[in-house]
Design a binder for this molecule. Structure first.
Ligand code: CTP
Length: 404
């Protein structure tokens, strides 16, 4: 996720400083090279040796020390970084950066750089709610810094409220986000994900094996590339991505209505959901008892959501998925034409590492111009970016993708 990215991690003096150790490991695990800068107060909470061991590099603490290249440290750090992250960021440091005070190595290095910068506030809830702190956070956002929302929950000072350091995976995602080019800015992307459930009675339903991972990866990737994302999700076990809007549905009919309510505003529609083609004709209001002798389930067709949009749409890009067990490409091409899609993503359930539940996928992209791109096995996250890359090439040929 952060392969070959160079991150300067600034740690300031709050109790959440101990979590910076875990953040350092997570950034390195994601592929980044990390250099750590600590303020004097941060060193009251966690030692430079811990960070040095975890980051496998020098930890910078002194304003007036030189790096091994004999550069001034604040300039060398600014040159080194692809991005700066301050986690935890105290109210004091937020105030200093917002007011242009540079009285230690971290604040000086931040003043000396213009790289994407992520600020992760963590403090007592009353400190965070203080209008001066809130005003400083507003200023930082106006200056172009990305300031994360603090987590809500139990705080070290035994109170509960807003002010927790955001969770480590969320911070790593936010770092990936500030480093991602915003080539979907201005696009409104509607994505469906997950399975649908078609109930028979209050305890039983018909569903499929979709986990929602591919659709959620697409939603996150589009969001990180600057799109306004609406995610319409069937039931999944996944944590919701930080997109503009999420609508949770259960049945194919609920998904149909949610898509119909939202599709006209979208410039790109991606139907990654595995929609049940049939639903039980009637829904028993009480649990069906076995003594009643159930001999069969009568089914009726659900609407084909993408086909209906394909028939109606005049502009914008419509992307579907085809998951097959045989004749993958022929079936996918047929679906592309029949449902008037601009692009279809085909994956086979017969290949190991592709399809439902897995964290990887093996996809072939087919577009309306007949272009076919077969990709190797990759994470669903990377597959999502390749799908968006291909959508970008289609919308470029077509001009900016307009609303329906
Ligand atoms: N789809 C949909 N509404 C449905 C069924 C499918 O919008 N009721 C969409 C899926 O989200 C996917 C595409 O149609 O983008 C292809 O889905 P798939 O289940 O592979 O195809 P079907 O047309 O249902 O054909 P079959 O099940 O016979 O393979």
């Amino acid at each position: 996720m952060l392969e070959n990215k160079k991150i300067v991690l600034g740690i300031t003096g709050g109790i959440a400083a101990y979590k910076a150790a875990e953040l350092t490991r997570a950034l390195i695990k994601a592929g980044a090279e990390v250099r750590v800068v600590m303020t004097k107060s941060a060193m009251q909470f966690i030692t430079p040796l811990t960070l040095q061991t975890l980051s496998q590099g020098q930890v910078y603490t002194e304003m007036f020390a030189s790096t091994d290249q004999y550069d001034m440290a604040h300039i060398a750090l600014a040159d080194f970084a692809d991005a700066f992250v301050v986690a935890p960021a105290t109210g004091n440091v937020i105030g200093k950066i917002a007011s242009g005070i540079a009285d230690d190595l971290l604040t000086t290095a931040i003043m000396a750089q213009n790289k994407p910068t992520l600020i992760c506030p963590a403090m007592n809830d009353k400190m965070l709610a203080n209008p001066v702190v809130q005003d400083n956070i507003r200023k930082l956002r106006q200056f172009g810094y990305t300031v994360m929302e603090s987590g809500v929950g139990e705080l070290a000072c035994k109170t509960s409220g807003s002010g927790r350091l955001p969770e480590i995976p969320e911070i790593v995602e936010a770092v990936a986000s500030i480093l991602t080019p915003k080539d979907f800015a201005g696009e409104r992307v509607l994505i469906t994900a997950g399975p649908t459930e078609e109930p028979l009675d209050p305890v039983r339903f018909i569903t499929n094996l979709s986990s929602g991972k591919m659709g959620y990866a697409l939603a996150l990737a589009a969001h990180q590339r600057g799109a306004q994302v609406t995610l319409i999700s069937g039931p999944t076990k996944l944590s919701p991505p930080p997109v503009k809007e999420i609508i949770f549905v259960r049945t194919a009919l609920e998904m149909y209505h949610a898509v119909m309510d939202h599709y006209s505003k979208a410039t790109v529609i991606i139907k990654a959901a595995a929609v049940a083609d049939y639903r039980p004709i009637s829904l028993a209001s009480e649990k069906i008892k076995k003594d009643k002798g159930l001999t069969g389930i009568e089914l009726t067709r659900n609407p084909d959501i993408i086909a209906e949009i394909g028939a109606k749409k005049k502009k914008g890009i419509l992307v579907g998925f085809a998951m097959e067990t045989q004749d993958l490409l022929a079936n996918a091409r047929q679906k592309l034409l029949k449902k008037n899609m601009d692009m279809i993503v085909a994956n086979s359930l017969r290949e190991a590492g592709a399809g439902f539940q897995t964290d990887t996928n093996i996809i072939t992209i087919i577009d309306r111009n007949g272009k076919t791109v077969a990709l190797d096995k990759m994470t669903k996250r990377n597959a999502a970016h390749r799908i968006l890359d291909h959508i970008r090439t289609l919308s470029k040929k077509k001009g900016p993708s307009k609303k329906q």
